[in-house]
Design a binder for this molecule. Structure first.
Ligand code: ADP
Ligand code: MG
Length: 268
């Protein structure tokens, strides 16, 4: 199970929309995905139509020490499971900070899930601040995917997250964390500025920038209020097509990387 954090300390950049819809589209491609909602606002949870029900959540596993396997819920999509958030998570910054192992706590919680072999990917939706939950996600993740908005302030903060990744590596919390990708979201082709931002990001981050750009569409904004991923809300609209393309590119990158590693290992 590869753990992929979807993070950016800025709010409203498309983290939750990307986490939820990437997870849904990957699951449709036959990949077994666990979506973990680490944001106390629980937008990924409600965006998939799950209510704040009784029982396990990421809060009960992180703070109360409950078995994380008990917190896994299935969704309408066959290969997609979720560990929902809980509003109590908002208070857990202090509780976790006092526990002495706040950076490593989420990693410990995810370990039995990794070992269970039930999932190919865990996708972590993180809150918009550099608090315990986001840094814990970066400490637990194999890879980081950063959504940025195709707007003037979109690039702002990218250098911050790059330096946080470096800090997480250097402090020993997660030496192998990889900044795997940047996804540009809410692209409006009519705005000159959006095109400029796309060009800038492609120039500066050529290696890791996804070719797929997510357009701003009404339906991507509407779908969560119906508790649906975009592929359940519209079958072939632009938003669904974009997130399908993103999921395909996500998998293609990995099979490319795996082939390269295998070629390196096998003697010529
Ligand atoms: P974050 O998780 O980074 O705070 P969200 O994914 O919740 O950001 O997106 C912020 C708002 O913008 C939400 O209301 C969401 O529905 C909307 N939104 C996100 N991506 C798009 C898009 N591509 N097109 C239209 N609306 C979008
Ligand atoms: Mg969010």
């Amino acid at each position: 199970m590869r753990i992929v954090a979807i993070s950016n300390q800025k709010g409203g950049v498309g983290k939750t929309t990307t986490a939820l819809n990437l997870a849904a589209c990957l699951s449709q491609l036959g990949v077994r995905v666990l979506l973990v909602d680490l944001d106390p606002q629980a937008n990924a949870t409600s965006g998939l139509g799950l209510a704040q029900e009784e029982g396990g959540s990421i809060y009960s596993a992180l703070v109360e020490g409950a078995d994380p396997r008990q917190a896994i819920r299935s969704t309408r999509l066959p290969n997609l499971s979720i560990i929902r958030s809980h509003q109590e998570l908002a208070g857990c910054e202090i509780e976790l900070a006092q526990s002495g192992n706040h950076l490593g706590r989420l990693k410990d919680v995810l370990t039995p899930l990794r070992e269970s072999g039930h999932f190919d990917y865990a996708i972590l939706d993180t809150p918009p601040s550099l608090g315990v939950l986001m840094t814990g996600a970066l400490a637990a993740a194999d890879e980081l995917l950063v959504p940025i908005q195709c707007e003037y302030f979109g690039l702002e903060g990218l250098s911050k997250i790059v330096s946080v990744v470096q800090q997480i590596r250097d402090c020993g919390a997660n030496p192998n964390l990889v900044l795997e990708g940047i996804v540009m979201t809410m692209y409006d082709s009519r705005a000159n500025l959006a095109n400029q931002v796309v060009n800038d990001v492609r120039n500066y981050f050529a290696e890791i920038c996804y070719q797929t750009v997510i357009p701003r569409t009404v339906r991507l904004g509407e779908a969560p209020s119906f508790g649906k991923s975009i592929i359940e809300y519209e079958y072939s609209g632009r938003g669904a097509q974009a997130y399908r393309a993103l999921a395909e590119e996500f998998l293609a990158r990995r099979s490319g990387a795996a082939q390269a590693a295998a070629a390196e290992e096998s003697p010529a």
